[in-house]
Design a protein around this ligand. Sequence first.
Ligand code: SF4
Length: 271
Amino acid sequence: MIATVEPLAGAKPKSIAELRQTLSASRLNTWLSCRLKFLFRYVLGIAKPRTGALYVGHSVHGVLKLWNRARWRRQTITVEQLQQQFDTLWQADQAKEQVRWDDGEEPGEKQTAWSLVDFYLKNTPIPPNEMAEGVEVSVEADLARHGLPRLIGIIDLVRAGGRIVDFKTLGQTPSEEKAIHTNEIQLTSYAMLYRATTGKVESGRDLHQLVKSKTPKLIVTQQGPMTQQQQARLFRQMESYVAGLDREDFVPSPGMQCSMCSYFNECRRHG
Ligand code: SF4
């Protein structure tokens, strides 16, 4: 399997026809949370800088990718080497994209990001010598026979034996039920993609969630293989996406999510 590099944040406008051909879990999540936000981000391609909190998640993810990739290549990488890579990536990625730091926030957030990585390496349930089946695997599933767009995605890690892992950085400790519910689209999509690529059924789907509390926490939430019901729900959600795009139905969905929305100003001005 191939290992790829995660693209940095940024956007460029896409036509409706283009958006109808393929669909990723993150794009579907945006569509289902607010169609007007979807219009700003994907149709109009209005790029927004990451917040400091998002940049922490991005950096943690980047270093864990290096750790996973080393195991996948049967190489040894020490914690010291990972910390050096972390320092380099922290600077290098900011040269490529703008980050919206609050005043004086960056040094503390950098320290938080590394302490999360360090905590993960000391507490991960993955044995250091376990081979990875795939790391940052770019995959797709042709769903044309269902009248749906091609599903695309990048899976963080597939452990030996076909166990899918997704890494998250969170501000609060999630409940198990909530974590499974809020990540349903992503983990169902990954199962679809894994099956389409390998012809096998995944052995499970895990969330490795690092919580940015005073003392970092690692919450591992485990699920079995995708169920028929989960697949049916994903297909209905994708059908809703296709039908809505065809109608160019970009209605706003004001609600709790607006407090975190980077398109708030555009939304207030939108006719
Ligand atoms: S502010 Fe709220 S309603 Fe407006 S685009 Fe963002 S999420 Fe949608």
